[in-house]
Design a protein around this ligand. Sequence first.
Ligand code: GLU
Length: 307
Amino acid sequence: MDYQLILNEIAEEIMSLQDKGKVANYIPALENVNPEQFGMSLTLFDGTQYNVGDFNTLFSIQSISKVFTFTLALKFYSTGLYKRIGREPSGNPFNSLVQLEYEHGVPRNPFINAGAINVTDTLMSYYGDSTTASKEIMQFIQDIAGEPSLTHNEIVSTSEMDHGFRNMALANLMKSFNNLDNDVHDVVQTYFRHCAIEMNTKMLSRAMLFLSNHGIDPISGVEYLSEQQAKRVNAVMLTCGHYDASGDFAFHVGLPGKSGVGGGIVAVVPKKMGICVWSPGLNAQGNSLAGTLALELFTSKTGMSIF
Ligand code: GLU
């Protein structure tokens, strides 16, 4: 299959959409990103990459980081994790408080904000403190991406902390139900730090390979998760990876995927490749507008959905 040709066609077809979405403005430091950008990358098991557009531009990975923190927490706590976090789609916006109250402080899944904050809390408990947890999460993502130079953008995480009232509320609510072990402020700060890690589509498509290959990175041979755990992460990506648009994403794209409000979306083609697309303009549910369409075009043109 001529992947480069397919990527070129996709870039051409989504061109008119690039300025249609809205850049996330609830994090002031993200508001200034130029919406008219688009990049897409595929990484195959032998490391071959195909790219189009702004694939070298670093962007804020935001909620895509939740795939990596969930992976780590699953590795350390295994099924014990589900005592404090569910694995059902929420059908609610990513930062909703209402459901969390009804359900006694147990977040629906690890990809809504409450669930991801809870996962970060487990990692802080595992590593002992916020600084070590942040360092180890970063190290883990660097290893998975094969990119030792990754950093997080302090301006973005500080900006999020300054405006993080809703995430603080979610964390406080979980604490009130005894479902958060560490200091609320420290947990939320650690969470914002991993959301503010910057990567490009090339790096992220490569970082998805272990999930396309039953938990084992096909390039380095490192086993990050057992086959069964990798299946779980993919299943949660498919059912919960796009908040209240998760059903829609499965319907149109048909791949396990995870979006972030920075405009990135990662996706997994089992036994074949990792994919990442980025375009900062978001749709009403907070997922990249052009990015979602690009992935839909990809599975339509290649027939590579899981269904
Ligand atoms: N850091 C963002 C927040 O907590 C992540 C949201 C997202 O990317 O969907 O609001």
